[in-house]
Every structure is written in C-alpha cells, then in structure tokens.
Design a protein around this ligand. Structure first.
Ligand code: N01
Length: 534
C-alpha cells in the first residue's frame, strides 16, 4: 500500500510492480503530481534544472521527454508526471480523490490496516508513505480571517482555473520560495500589490532560459558524466564542489567568484561558491553582504531595499530561493513591501489587514504563501498507530524519530520516502526518491525471498540516528534560522532539525551498508521463527 502519487509514489508503484508485488496506491488529489498538482500559483516553477529534476531510472523515459527550458513551470512538470504515469500504465492501480484517514499495524498477522475517507478498509503487508515534504499547507490562524469580505488564496492549494487579479488590491503574506515566485506575476496584474514580509530572504536570480536543440544535445552527450557527478554530490545535483573556503580566498577573487556565479544564476551560487558558507558565520557574512549589495543595487527606493535587507538569519540557513525579477518587481509603482517582523498582523477585518501598531491595509484579495507543516505534517495527519496502539503523533511529540529516516521503531513494515531524518529536503528530490525507493523495494524482496514477515527499526539505532543528526546539524549554521527545516515555522512544533545533513551521497553509502549487513539496526521476524522460538 502506497500513499501519494507524486514523484515518489509513482516510482514506488512502478518498482514494486516490476518486482512482482501486488500494489495499490491512494492519492487524495484528482490526479498524479503530488506537490506539483496542488501548487499551481502563478509563477510556480522548479528551482532545480530540468535535466536533473526528473527520473533517471529509465533511459527510454529520459530520451522520450523534452524539457522546454532550464527551470520548467508547474504545468510542464505536471505534464511530465502524467507522461510517466501513462507511459508506465500506473494510473490503473491508483485510487484518486481518496485520502488515507487512519492506519494501524496489526501485530497478529503483521499487516497494516488502512482506512480511507471513502470508508474503505484495506490490509497490506507493507505501508509506504510517499506523501511529500511540502504537502500539508500551513494556514495561519490569524484572528478575523473568516470575516474578510474579499478573496483568500493559498499558494499551496491553488484553484485550477485562472485567478484574475486585475484591478485588485492584493496582499501577499510570505516571502519564501512560493511568495518570491508569485510576486512578479501578482504585481503584473494587480492594481496594487503589498508584500507582507516577516523574514527577509536571500534570493538569487534563476536566469531561466529556453533550451535549444544544441543545449539538449550537449546534456544528452554528457548525461553519463553528469549522472556520476550527481551521485557523488551531497545535494544530488551535478555540480562541481566549491573550490575553496571563502575566508581562505582573497577579497577580490571572492568577489569575482560571486559575480561569476550570480551571472550564471540558480543554486550554483549558494552551493558551489565556497565550502565554508554554512559552517562559518564570518564566511557566511561575505555572501550575505554580497546579496544585500545586489538588492540595494536593484531596488531603487532605499526604503524598500532596507526592508528587503532586514535579515535575521545567515544566508542559506533557510531553503535558498531563486527568482525571476523578484527584487526588480519592487521598482514598480504598484508594489510595496511592509515589514511585519516586529509589527505583526494583529487581525484581518472585512476590509483588509490590521497590524499590531494599528496600521490598516485595505485589500480585495489576500494570498497566503505561508508554507507547510513540512516533512512530518502529512505523515502525522494520517493518524498512524504502531505496535501496542502507539500513535505516531505521540511518538513524535518531541520531534520525529525514524531509523535512517526510513522507518520509525514500533511501526513495523512501514517505510517513508524522504521522511524526517533522511536527506530529503537538503537534496534534489528525484535523486533522493530513487535512492529511497530502490532501497525499500530491495528490502521487501529480501524479506519475501527469506520468508520474513516483519521488519522493524530497533529503538537504539533510531536513537543513535536522531542524536547523530542533531550533532551534525549543530556543526553547521542551519539550526540558527527559524526555518521549516527546524520545524520552527509551525507554532508548537518541536524544534528539531528535520533532515540528515551530511549529504545524499554519504547517506546512500550508509543505507547500502545497512542492507549489506543483513539490514543491521532492524529486527527481521517471521512467523516460522516465532513458532520455532515458542
Ligand atoms: O514556504 P516557506 P514556501 N505571518 O515556509 C511566512 C519548496 N518550494 O511555500 O520566514 C506572516 O518557505 C514565512 O515567514 P518566516 C521549497 O523547498 C519549492 O514559500 O517563517 N508570515 C515565510 O516568509 C520551499 O522552501 C519551489 O518568518 C508568515 C513564508 O510565509 C518550500 O517549498 C517553489 C506566517 C513561508 O515560506 C516552502 O516554500 C516553492 C504568518 N503567520 C516552494 N507564517 C520550487 O522549487 C509563515 N509566514 C519551485
């Protein structure tokens, strides 16, 4: 049983089918796509380049699909996932518009009993969550929200039909990747756009462009090489590692390197410039100051630029956004930015927003780009219970725990694709997903071949994994930000770093090692073993 038909669920379904398992997949949406199904806001676009933000498991699929540009927009990625699902004939095993509402591990027959919102109960040997990391929208409970007379939209759950903002006074709350992508598009239509910024972000230009046939040919010819680089890279992207530390580089050379990477655009700026940016605050200052200078150069109104530079965290400690014309948009007369860092939104009235100091902003439409109860939200909301009826929600009340980020102790035969404690959110998703799916599917084959009924993470290994993640994260600057990486964006959510921080390349080696050692750290049980022991 798989939950979710995004990148991970589709590949899991295909992989299990290939290995001869009978598999069903439940998906709450009306189609495939996962996060790419729901996040249809204007400007939604991939931040990873198309030639590596896709599956690699099938040479045929790779050759048949042609990306239009460096960073494809949401409709094209959704088309791609539909193409894959159709080409592999996956949809016949997917039940759309079906939400899993509960799941319980039945210890007597080693099976998961899963319930759906259609009142169906399904029993399955294995339960795999493929619910994505950014799929449970965070909808802040601002007082008065339901009294607002205008329209409200959430970027994370956008209508399918086009929304027309012409003539509207629009308020956008949130300046993460979604808000940053939506801003230029909202501004192009709205009579006035007010961006309400709680945290200034460090955005880097994407430099998107169409792909020519020559570019595609070159990608094709170098594919094997790029794939090798991708698998050797901590973030699962075919980038060369940073050549040096920022602090070991003379200031003029440092500036040239930043200039060169800024001109090229995209994630390379943060990830390939210098090796010490996320471990040394002084090194980090060099990049923070560089970006601040770029903002001040771009935004002509110094008051707006000052708000956009109100940084309160080191650069790159929140998920780095990349943009097309984000800062340039603030040069439009119909766009303003309001800092709500120390003067938060007090309430929403019928007419608009009121800030703590009493300032009123009359609006026709409010767009929430306020992010997600990331990584754990969608898993917890499924109401899962493991051995002894233990609720996952309770087990994780002081932070998520799962050995290898793959399986929580006490929840046998449950696997999570890109779950908490895996590299997931710190790496290129398709790469993480393929690694997880291959490992999980091979594990199931291992069990089937040996007549093993149950696999369960051992608590000691799970504890050690959680401890290691916290210690490794503490060696970086990442815990300094109130980010969704830390669970800090959701009131009451435990402040715990949510990902394995040492890279997908080392994680892959660790997981392979665990499998080679006969799934070290897991208890493998069979009825036959239990009967023999009895
Ligand atoms: O969400 P976010 P997102 N009052 O959590 C603010 C992926 N993604 O949807 O920083 C006022 O990053 C919040 O402020 P603060 C990507 O991994 C990928 O933008 O918490 N403001 C922040 O500014 C990304 O990181 C792509 O202080 C409130 C914003 O809302 C992840 O999804 C595109 C608030 C939320 O930013 C999430 O991005 C888009 C409140 N009550 C997203 N609550 C592509 O690759 C929150 N905020 C295409």
């Amino acid at each position: 049983m798989i939950v979710g038909a995004g990148f991970s669920g589709l590949y899991m379904l295909h992989s299990l089918r290939q290995r001869g398992f009978t598999t069903r997949l439940f998906e709450a949406a009306g189609g495939v796509g996962g996060t790419w199904y729901w996040n249809r806001y204007p400007g939604a676009r991939c931040d990873s380049e198309s030639h590596y933000y896709c599956y690699s498991f099938s040479e045929e699929l790779r050759r048949e699909w042609k990306w239009s540009c460096r960073y494809p927009a949401q409709p094209e990625i959704l088309d791609y996932l539909n193409f894959v699902a159709d080409r592999l004939d996956l949809k016949k095993d997917i039940e759309f518009d079906t939400r899993v509402t509960a799941g319980t591990f039945d210890e007597h027959d080693h099976r998961w009993q899963v319930e759906t919102d259609h009142g169906e109960t399904v029993r399955a040997r294995f339960f795999v969550t493929a619910v994505g990391n950014t799929s449970a929208p965070s909808k802040p409970a601002i007082p008065g929200l339901d009294t607002f007379a205008g329209k409200i939209f959430y970027t994370a759950n956008w209508p399918h039909e086009k929304v027309d903002f012409h003539g509207q006074r629009v308020g956008l709350i949130g300046t993460g990747s979604s808000g940053i992508q939506a801003t230029p598009h909202l501004a192009a239509e709205a009579a006035h756009l007010t961006v309400f910024q709680r945290t200034a972000n460090y955005s880097v230009p994407a430099r998107n462009h169409l792909l020519t046939d020559d570019m595609r040919r070159e990608q094709d010819e170098t594919h094997a090489d790029l794939r090798r680089k991708t698998l050797a890279s901590p973030i699962g992207m075919p980038f060369d590692p940073p050549p040096a530390a920022a602090l070991a580089t003379p200031a003029d050379e440092r500036q040239s390197r930043y200039d060169e990477l800024w001109a090229g655009g995209g994630f390379r700026f943060m990830f390939t410039s210098f090796s010490d940016l996320t471990t040394d605050i002084e090194a980090n200052d060099t990049v923070a100051q560089y970006i601040a200078a770029k903002i001040r150069d771009t935004v002509t109104d110094p008051a707006k630029a000052a708000v956009l530079c109100e940084f309160n965290h080191p650069a790159g400690t929140k998920r780095p956004p990349i943009d097309t014309d984000y800062y340039e948009t603030f040069n439009r007369d119909n766009v303003s930015v309001v800092s709500i860092r120390t003067n938060p939104i007090r309430e929403i009235t019928a007419d608009g927003l009121v800030l703590q100091n009493g300032d009123r902003h009359d609006l026709d439409t409010v767009v929430f780009a306020t992010g997600f109860d990331a990584v754990t939200g969608s898993i917890i909301r499924m109401n899962l219970r493991g051995k002894g009826g233990e609720a996952l929600r309770d087990k994780w009340d002081r932070g998520p725990r799962a050995y290898l980020g793959l399986s929580p102790a006490g929840f046998p035969n449950m696997f999570m694709i890109t779950g908490p404690g895996s590299p997931s959110i710190l790496a290129n998703f398709p790469v993480c997903i393929e690694q997880h799916v291959d490992w999980i599917a091979d594990c199931m084959v291992h069990m089937r071949d040996r007549g093993i009924d149950e696999i369960e993470a051992l608590p000691q290994y799970e504890d050690d994994w959680a401890k290691m993640i916290a210690e490794e994260a503490d060696k970086t600057l990442l815990p300094l930000a109130d980010s969704w990486y830390m669970g800090a964006n959701i009131p009451g959510k435990p402040r715990v770093f949510l990902a394995y921080p040492n890279g997908i390349h080392t994680y892959t080696a660790l997981c392979d090692d665990v499998a080679r050692r006969g799934y070290e750290g897991f208890a493998l049980r069979s009825r036959a073993m239990a009967e023999a022991a009895a």
